[in-house]
Design a protein around this ligand. Structure first.
Ligand SMILES: Nc1ncnc2c1ncn2[C@@H]1O[C@H](COP(=O)(O)OP(=O)(O)O)[C@@H](O)[C@H]1O
Ligand SMILES: [Mg+2]
Length: 482
């Protein structure tokens, strides 16, 4: 039992994921996870509303290697080797208690690493088992796994307080579970799975951003293995960073995370088991950073893929390597061009509009373009307090859309500055920005280039250009050029 602690490579998220696998197998629709800090310990409870276990099943389930890995698995079975429950739990805590109820009965069983001299598993029945639950049962059947003396839940760094370490550990686990089970959380399967952590529901993180307009879905492929099962392969190219909202970028781990997490995303029964690796199939740097390839494995392939107990690692069967390599090469070039688009915008200018329009899940949202030079300079000036961004978000969120629609259909709307004065003061402000962002000298042509594709100047270019040329010399005291 003590040895089970070091099986596999569990961190908190991986251990929780293994228990959730068990809940899924038990046909649970809901998993509630709670962390209760106690002095220098934290009690972790993972409760599901699945089928539960009777006393006999519970005793077998608590046994090490309770299942034979050679047995044929149900197609939706996410388990493996009959070790998950024990080794995942004991990798995080010194005491594992499982309370389970079904058919009107409730039982519990416990392993305590520090107290197994007699190789005994403690078994509790009826009210005694009930007493271990912190909250009353709501479902007819279900299971609650309880970790106590959780010495490894907190990967403690002495420079952080206990509370901070816990908060960090939970945040990391949340992020990971939202990704690992995203297809379950999004309801892609028959039964939608709901997972809550300390009362907060997890939202799915789709690593392919399939609902984003700018995501490219490339041609799918299928590989038949020797044993007759099929592996499906679906490459995607993510939108360039500049097409994503701040929130979207954050959910993908920011631009840095997006790059780090390129590669294959391998799923076993729609549960993500490995991600962000090219399995060394392609030399580093050869592929676009925005490419992600979904690989779906049925679980009959476990022995071919040598999936380890904690499901964190899978090696490619040699026969599949070349096929995957071909697939990767095929879409390589295309993904590259997406990434470069931004860089070539000087040759093929795009207008820097003040507003950007996003479509997500069929709904439209307008956002202020953070890259517009004047907006960008405002944000730069205020990069420390973040207040400017907060104000922009406030304006975006409270734009009177309903009223606007009514007016547009009724009296008519004109939002553009009509007075020349107003327009000229905008140009003036832009000159100041330009001076700040350049080394202080004003080259007229450079400045004109700077604002040529920027709203509102782009739409009134002839006027803007003549106005700027007329005024640079006398009004703005330029050093070079004229
Ligand atoms: N949440 C649960 N609900 C119902 N049964 C469970 C649950 N967790 C574990 N079990 C039972 O315990 C057995 C052992 O689980 P585990 O140690 O994770 O191994 P495996 O998942 O490989 O079978 C499972 O096969 C299942 O019968
Ligand atoms: Mg399991």
């Amino acid at each position: 039992m003590a040895t089970a602690r070091s099986f596999g490579n569990y961190d908190l998220a991986a251990a929780l994921a293994d228990l959730i696998d068990n809940s899924i197998k038990a046909k649970a629709t809901r998993v509630d996870i709670s962390f209760e800090p106690e002095e220098s310990d934290v009690v972790v409870r993972i409760r599901d509303d699945g089928a539960g276990m009777d006393l006999e099943t519970l005793k077998i389930a608590m046994r090490p290697a309770s299942a034979n890995p050679q047995d044929e698995r149900e197609p939706d079975d996410l388990g493996r080797f009959g070790w998950g429950l024990k080794s995942a739990s004991l990798s995080q805590a010194r005491v594992l208690t499982v309370v389970s109820w079904c058919d009107g009965a409730i039982n519990a069983a416990r392993w305590d690493i520090d107290d197994i001299d007699d190789w005994g598993m403690e078994v509790l029945e009826g009210p005694e088992a009930e007493g271990l639950l912190a909250k009353p049962r709501k479902s007819k059947s279900g299971t609650e796994v309880i970790w106590t003396r959780s010495d490894r839940v907190l990967d403690r760094d002495v420079s952080f307080s206990f509370d901070d370490s816990l908060t960090y550990a939970i945040a990391h686990a949340n992020q990971r579970l939202s990704l690992v089970f995203h297809r379950y959380l999004a309801g892609e399967l028959e039964r939608r799975l709901t997972i809550s952590v300390n009362g907060r529901l997890l939202r799915p993180i789709d690593p392919f951003m399939t609902s984003h307009d700018a995501t490219q879905t490339l041609d799918a492929d299928e590989i038949k293995t020797a044993s007759g099962s099929s592996i499906s392969i679906q490459p995607y190219v993510l939108p360039h960073f500049s097409k994503l909202t701040v929130e979207e970028q954050e959910r993908l781990g920011g631009p840095e995370g997006m790059v780090r997490n390129q590669g294959f995303y391998v799923y076993r029964n729609k549960r993500l088991i490995i991600f962000g690796t090219w399995f060394r199939l392609v030399p580093h740097g050869e592929l676009s950073q925005l490419t992600r390839v979904r690989v779906d494995l049925p679980n009959t392939l476990d022995s071919e893929w040598r999936i380890t107990v904690d499901k964190s690692d899978a090696q490619l069967p040699a026969a599949l390597k070349r096929r995957l390599q071909d697939v990767v090469r095929r879409f390589n070039r295309r993904s590259f061009s997406v990434h470069r688009k931004k860089g070539v915008s000087l040759d093929r200018p795009e207008v820097q509009s003040v507003w950007l329009r996003y479509v997500k899940s069929g709904q439209v949202r307008y956002r202020v373009n953070r890259d517009h030079p004047m907006v960008a300079s405002l944000l730069d000036m205020d990069s420390i307090s973040g207040n400017a961004d907060a104000v922009l978000r406030l304006l975006e969120s409270y734009f009177p859309a309903d009223r606007f629609l009514a007016d547009a259909n009724g009296v008519g709307v004109n939002q553009c500055p009509t007075s020349t004065e107003e327009f000229e003061s905008l140009v003036h402000q832009c000159v100041l920005n330009f001076l700040q962002s350049s080394d202080g000298s004003l080259e007229v042509d450079e400045f004109l280039d700077f604002i040529r594709d920027v709203e509102p100047f782009s739409s009134q270019w002839t006027y803007t250009e003549s106005y700027v040329r007329k005024n640079t010399a006398k009004k703005w005291g330029m050093k070079n050029g004229f």
